[in-house]
Design a protein around this ligand. Structure first.
Ligand code: NDP
Ligand code: 2IT
Length: 449
């Protein structure tokens, strides 16, 4: 049996109850075959694959907090520090009832390669909790965040592990967490990113993932001599990534016509009203049905189900999944291809199932996975860390300019890596290979650790 197959088998045995983690590892290791084949002896001797699939450590802890009725609630907190070969652990904190160890490990594993692709010195980690922020008062959110950090602070630090936002964790949560970290440690340091602008946050971090997704999509299309202007975009999600993807799509001359949340989805043939969307999601924290109520051109549909392809049933040129994992399945992919989609670029982490990815690639759709396409968020987090270290704040234009440059470099690097290993146009393999190469070089140089 080849080295990749041996390691895949052992990962499956050891983590049989972690489907999302196995999915992420499977995708990466399968596409690394050409690199592993070319270096098998060296990698085997140094157990590179066995080491890269095993987190440095995984921390799980109790998070007790008191709700508005005076009732004590208990959630489970996680931080998986996956790999710090090229820099301090870096990755977001997801707050969602679906969170479990499998999901945090898949996200932490992906983060290793994504962070490497940014060209900046950051390792991979992820954390979060099964806490559900929906419907909670600000006081309840604060109580949870303070309790969460009262345990988490022991394991994080500006040069050690720097968490940030993800699903359910935005500026409000990061603020409460930062306050508690500062209070416990008496340190004013860049331990979290996505902070508010008045206490060390970076301009353009809020926009970065969505903007970066569009910078990369534009670079991809340009390379294939396709003009983004006038292209119809189907976007899923209505959170941080989706909102700023929609905003940048307009700025580049494209037309986003859909968005979705966990209760339903919107088709707005006149184009999504991004200011209305911001008001509903960022200010009121309300459901998308309110968008439809305020906008006559919009059609509101209840939650996507097995028979309903949701936003993927709308005829579009560019598909931008920006909600959550496995939200675009094989049937959705067939619908997109039948409707003539040109590209699928992932704003979310692993939103496309393995079968759907394969189908899209086999049918000539330009496909770039989240590791490359959504790396603008964490890249800008690393720029926030730089600004914190030098105790300076850069202008919006400076950060946005660096972000654009980074996304164009990522596209060039993944395209080049795919060509070097004889899989031109396979940007999934290109991203995994390019991300892996840098981490492996660092691991080999640092010896057995
Ligand atoms: P938000 O919490 O801001 O928004 C998430 C959106 O997706 C919401 O509209 C939410 O709907 C919807 N959603 C989440 N979970 C589900 C679910 N299980 N079923 C249906 N809809 C769901 O998160 P972000 O925009 O920050 O994150 C979106 C994706 O992008 C995630 O995969 C995240 O890991 C990834 N990402 C985020 C980055 C960042 O900088 N924030 C960076 C790189 C990737 P509802 O509000 O109803 O729950
Ligand atoms: O998935 C991701 O890259 C993020 N949620 C952002 C992580 C970060 O550290 O900014």
């Amino acid at each position: 049996m080849g080295y990749v197959d041996e390691v895949l088998e052992s990962v499956k045995k050891k983590n049989a109850d972690q489907p999302e983690f196995l999915q992420a590892v499977g995708e990466v290791l399968e596409s690394l075959r050409p690199v592993v084949d070319a270096n098998e002896e060296l990698y085997r001797k140094n157990a590179i694959l066995e080491r890269i699939v095993e987190p440095d450590r995984q921390i799980m802890f109790r998070v007790p907090w008191v709700d508005d009725k005076g009732q004590v609630q208990v959630n489970r907190g996680y931080r998986v520090q996956f790999n710090n070969a090229i820099g301090p652990y870096k990755g977001g904190l997801r707050l969602h009832p679906s969170v479990n160890l499998s999901i945090i490990k898949f996200l932490g594993f992906e983060q290793i390669f994504k962070n490497s692709l940014t060209t900046l010195p950051i390792g991979g980690g992820k954390g979060g909790s099964d806490f559900d922020p929906k419907g909670k008062s600000d006081r309840e959110i604060m109580a949870f965040c303070q309790s969460f950090v009262t345990e988490l602070y022991k394991y994080i630090g500006a040069d050690q592990d720097v968490p940030a936002g993800d699903i359910g964790t935005g500026a409000r949560e990061i603020g409460f967490m930062y306050g508690q970290y500062k209070r416990i440690t008496n340190l004013y340091e860049g331990v979290l990113t996505g902070k508010g602008l008045s206490y060390g946050g970076s301009l353009a971090r809020t926009q970065a993932t969505g903007y970066g997704l569009l910078y990369l999509t534009n670079a991809l299309l340009r390379d294939h001599n396709i003009d983004i202007k006038g292209k119809i975009c189907a976007v899923s999600g209505a959170g941080n990534v989706a909102i700023y993807a929609i905003e940048k799509a307009y700025q580049l001359g494209a037309k986003p016509v859909t968005c979705s949340d966990s209760t339903g989805w919107i088709y707005d043939p006149e184009g999504i009203d991004v200011e209305l969307l911001k008001e509903i999601k960022e200010v009121k924290r309300a459901r998308l049905s309110e968008y439809a109520a305020a906008r006559p051109s919009a059609q509101y549909h209840e939650k996507k189900n097995a028979e309903d392809h949701g936003v993927w049933s709308i005829k579009c040129d560019l598909a931008l999944p920006c909600a959550t994992q496995n939200e675009l399945n094989l049937e959705d992919a067939k619908m997109l291809v039948a409707n003539g989609v040109i590209s699928v670029t992932e704003g979310a982490n692993m939103p496309t199932t393995l079968e759907a990815t394969k189908y899209l690639q086999e049918n000539g759709v330009l496909f770039v996975g989240g590791k490359a396409a959504n790396a603008g968020g964490v890249a800008t987090s690393a720029l926030e860390m730089s600004q914190n270290s030098e105790r300076l704040s850069w202008t919006f234009e400076e950060v946005d300019g660096k972000l654009k440059n980074i996304m164009e470099t990522i596209y060039a690097n993944i395209s080049d890596a795919a060509k070097r290993y004889g899989v031109e146009g396979d940007y999934v393999a290109g991203a995994n290979i390019a991300g892996f190469e840098k981490v492996v070089n660092a691991m080999l140089a640092q010896g057995v650790c």
